[in-house]
Design a protein around this ligand. Sequence first.
Ligand code: CMX
Ligand code: CO
Length: 142
Amino acid sequence: MFMRIDHVGIACHDLEEKIAFFERTFELTVVAREVNEEQGVKEAMLHIADGEGGGSYIQLLEPLGPDTPVGRFLAKRGEGVHHVAFGVPDVEAALGEIGGRGVRLLDEKPRHGSMGSSIAFLHPKDVGGMLTELVQAPPRRP
Ligand code: CMX
Ligand code: CO
C-alpha cells in the first residue's frame, strides 16, 4: 500500500535558519514554501530525489504559534523529527483500509498538504510512537 517515503517532517524554531543549514550541509534545494493556517505551520519542502510515483523531500516546519501541533511538540520535545509521510496512490482508500485495522485516524477525511497534495494523519500512539502522515501527490508535482 505504501509506495514510498514522501517526506520526513522536522520541527524547528527558526525556518530560515534551518533552510540555510540544510542547503549548505546537504546541498538540498527548496522547491516550495507555504503557510498552512489549517495545520498551524510555516513550512519549506527541500527536494531530495525523484522516484516512481513522486519525489522525496525534507519538510521543515515552524509553528505559527505555541497552541498548534508543532508548537506543542517543540515545547515538549524540542527540535527534531516530527513525522514520517508515506506516499500512497489513493489517500481515502488508504485511510479506510488502515482505519479498519484499528489505527486511530486523526483525519477522517484528507486535508490540504504541501504542493497541492492531499494528506491525512494517523495517531502516533497506534504506530509505535511515530506520527504518520499519508500523502497523495497531485498528478503533476515538482
Ligand atoms: N510524534 C510522536 N508522538 C507524538 C507527537 C509526534 N509528532 N506529537 C505528540 N505525540 C504524543 C505526545 O508525546 C503525547 O504522548 P504522552 O501522552 O505519552 O505524553 C501524545 O502524543 C499526545 O500529545 P499532546 O502533547 O497532547 O499533543 P497534541 O494535542 O498536539 O496531539 C497529535 C498530538 C499527534 C494528535 C497532534 O499533534 C496532531 O493532530 N498532529 C497532526 C497534524 C500535524 O501535526 N500537522 C503539522 C504538520 C503539517 C504537515 O505535515 O504538512
Ligand atoms: Co508533512
